[in-house]
Design a protein around this ligand. Structure first.
Ligand code: BJW
Length: 258
């Protein structure tokens, strides 16, 4: 919120480092989208995992055990993502990136498209795209059919071989998209400042990016209203929300003096 009480010296120090940085890597998590109305995973009262078991809903085993339940859960979340709008924090990040060509690499664990819709289409997505579909199995006939051709159903099926359609997200136990992870690791190693926004730091390898940046000599700043598992990697912690803190951190950086 705009009313976050931040230590002015910390805010000024992070702003100064961001202002001087030749490369900035921003890693976002579910807290980034919370103020757009998309629930986080691990917040005790409102997080998705407070009412759902991750192993049953966000794993291949869970999907195979009850495809309709998992498909319906994703259908509801897809509707929430489509209805959500980027907030001031998403907009501040994208505007900072545009004002500083070549400086920003934005890496997200989020499966929504709010960074892209805020104006940063080159966002690196580590955990996939909730609005896209893919086949559960490789096609047994080696055909490259589009999942959009599947029969209607919950979930839809291939009319030829019965293959199921699933959301194109990364579930527990699945590897992250190689190119995205490589690009994220390169950005973490090369940045002068890493800004980590709205993640519990509980899920790997994404959480490891803060360690990679710190080990490579970057200054690490965290924006989160609560403690995270990677606070020990941070030089600074800004206890506030994404929509409240990011505009205050970024909005005047890189603007010509008025
Ligand atoms: C705000 C806010 C506001 C609130 N403003 N902030 C090494 C060690 C231990 C385990 C592993 C390891 N390496 C791999 C693993 C296993 C596993 C893992 O990490 N497990 C841990 C849980 C222990 N990782 C994997 O399986 C990954 N694959 C992999 O490593 O492959 C190689 C491999 C395979 C097999 C064996 C071994 C290795 C895949 C991880 C996939 C994660 N998928 C999900 C679901 C995506 C699809 C979907 O959406 O349904 O991704 S799980 C979920 O967690 C989602 C998120 O992207 C991810 C991270 O959560 P995030 O973003 O941090 O959200 P929260 O809710 O946890 O936190 C929100 C934060 O926001 C909080 O801190 C709040 O305070 C804050 N907040 N309001 C700012 N307004």
């Amino acid at each position: 919120m705009a009313g976050d009480v931040l230590d002015p010296a910390t805010l000024a120090a992070v702003r100064a480092h961001l202002d001087a940085a030749r490369r900035v890597c921003v890693l976002t998590g579910a807290g980034m989208s919370a103020e757009s109305g998309i629930p986080t995973f691990r917040d005790a009262a409102t997080g998705l995992w407070s009412t759902f078991d991750p192993a049953q809903l966000a794993s291949e085993e869970g999907f195979r055990a009850d495809p309709q339940r998992v498909w319906d859960w994703y259908a509801e979340r897809r509707a929430g993502v489509r209805a959500a709008q980027p907030h001031a924090g998403h907009l501040a990040l994208a505007a900072f990136g545009r004002r500083r060509p070549g400086v920003l690499t934005l890496v997200t664990q989020n499966v929504d498209d709010l960074h892209q819709r805020a104006g940063w289409p080159e966002t690196i997505r580590l955990h996939g795209d909730i609005l896209a579909d893919r086949w559960l199995e490789p096609c047994p006939r080696g055909l490259a059919c589009d999942p959009a051709t599947a029969s209607a159903g919950r979930p839809p099926r291939c009319t030829e071989c019965g293959n199921l359609v699933r959301p194109a997200v990364v579930w527990f136990g699945e590897t992250l998209p190689e190119r995205a992870l490589d690009a994220a690791e390169r950005a973490a190693r090369a940045c002068d400042v890493m800004l980590v926004v709205g993640t519990s730091g509980a899920v790997w390898p994404a959480a490891g990016l803060a360690h990679v940046a710190r080990r490579a000599g970057a200054q690490v700043a965290i924006v989160n209203p609560d403690a995270s598992e990677i606070d020990d990697q941070a030089h600074w912690v800004l206890r506030g929300t994404a929509a409240g803190v990011l505009p205050r951190l970024l909005d005047t950086l890189g603007r010509p003096p008025s």
